[in-house]
Every structure is written in structure tokens, then in C-alpha cells.
Design a protein around this ligand. Structure first.
Ligand SMILES: [Zn+2]
Length: 190
């Protein structure tokens, strides 16, 4: 099955409105299909959030068609489990995030709470878990961990094993998301 992907560049046809992730002031210039049954309807996100959203499509990768169908049937919208659970292997995922990555179902979007610095932003939790990083973290710790994992899962270190290749792709995406976000955090803290 072809996997729909959100665009990686700002879309010239983007409506001029902010990113749909709650409390995100960035312009929503990147589109992402709402779900598998509504591929021509889009959410509009900023780059960081479209990347977070992109990760969600990987949840279906490797599922049998009946599993995907079962997952869609219990799906009420687009904010579904956002991570390839089968490849995580360490059970530290936040179940809240899986149900509702942007807090939309819980109504958190309507009642913004001040962010708790001790808790990672919801859209980063899956990526932090995948890289096994605790929060708060910084660019140096992120880079160090990324280098370790990239080496460990590089296909050349694993006899070209496909599962480590997939894992490496997830690691790359998680790294890219976190690097982008941490750079933003550090710039605004100055
Ligand atoms: Zn955003």
C-alpha cells in the first residue's frame, strides 16, 4: 500500500493560518493528509509538527491489512498511535501520547496549560523514548546519543538487516525532530 506522506516543503496553496498543533504560533505551511480514508483532506502544520505528524504514518508500516483496518475502525480522527510500537521494545511510551499526541481529544487544546518544564512537550515524547533520552535534554546529549544509535543500527553493522534499517530511519526522524525543536528552545531562551 502506498503510504501518504506530508510534504517536506511549504505548500504554496497553504491557507494563511497558524499550525494546527495547540499553542503553536508558527504558520501552518505544511500539509498532511487527515487519515487513510480522507487523503484529500489536510491538516496544516509547521515543519516541526508536520514531522511529528509524519511519524504517525509509520505506525501502520508492517501491519497486516486486517490490523490496519481494526486500527482505523477504532480511530475517531487523525490522532492515533503515532509510533511503530513493535520495534520499540522497551515499553516506556507514554500512553497519553499514543492516544492523543497534541492533547486535542482531552480538550487540552481548548484549555492551554502552562508547559511544565519537567515534562517533555507531548509531540517530542515518542522521539525521546525512541532515542531513550530523558527530559530535559540538550543538543549535546542528543547528538551523542544519536551517534551511538546510528552506529549500532547502521545496516553495515548488522549485515544489511532490514529491521535495523527501519529502526535507523525512525532514529533519523526522531533525531531530526528533536534537533529542530531543541534549536528553537535554545534560541528562544536567549
Ligand atoms: Zn506547529
Amino acid at each position: 500500500m502506498a503510504r501518504p506522506r506530508a510534504n517536506s516543503r511549504p505548500d504554496p496553496s497553504a491557507p494563511s493560518r497558524p499550525c494546527e498543533a495547540p499553542d503553536c504560533p508558527e504558520p501552518g505551511e505544511y500539509r498532511a493528509p487527515k487519515d487513510r480514508t480522507r487523503l484529500r483532506e489536510y491538516h496544516w502544520f509547521c515543519l516541526a509538527h508536520v514531522r511529528a505528524y509524519n511519524l504517525s504514518w509509520d505506525f501502520y508500516k508492517g501491519m497486516a491489512p486486517e490490523q490496519i483496518e481494526a486500527s482505523l475502525r477504532q480511530d475517531t480522527g487523525w490522532q492515533r498511535p503515532t509510533w511503530p510500537l513493535g520495534r520499540l521494545g522497551h515499553g516506556r511510551l507514554d500512553p497519553e501520547l499514543l492516544r492523543d499526541p497534541f492533547g486535542i481529544l482531552s480538550g487540552a487544546a481548548a484549555r492551554p496549560k502552562p508547559p511544565d518544564p519537567a515534562r517533555p512537550p507531548p509531540e517530542l515524547r515518542a522521539a525521546l523514548d525512541l532515542l531513550d533520552l530523558s527530559w530535559p535534554t540538550d543538543s549535546v546529549a542528543l547528538k551523542t546519543r544519536y551517534k551511538e544509535l546510528a552506529k549500532r543500527y547502521h545496516p553495515d553493522s548488522n549485515g544489511g538487516d532490514r529491521s535495523s534499517e527501519d529502526r535507523l530511519k525512525d532514529i533519523n526522524r526522531a533525531y531530526s525532530l528533536l534537533r529542530h525543536k531543541l534549536a528553537g528552545v535554545q534560541a528562544s531562551a536567549r
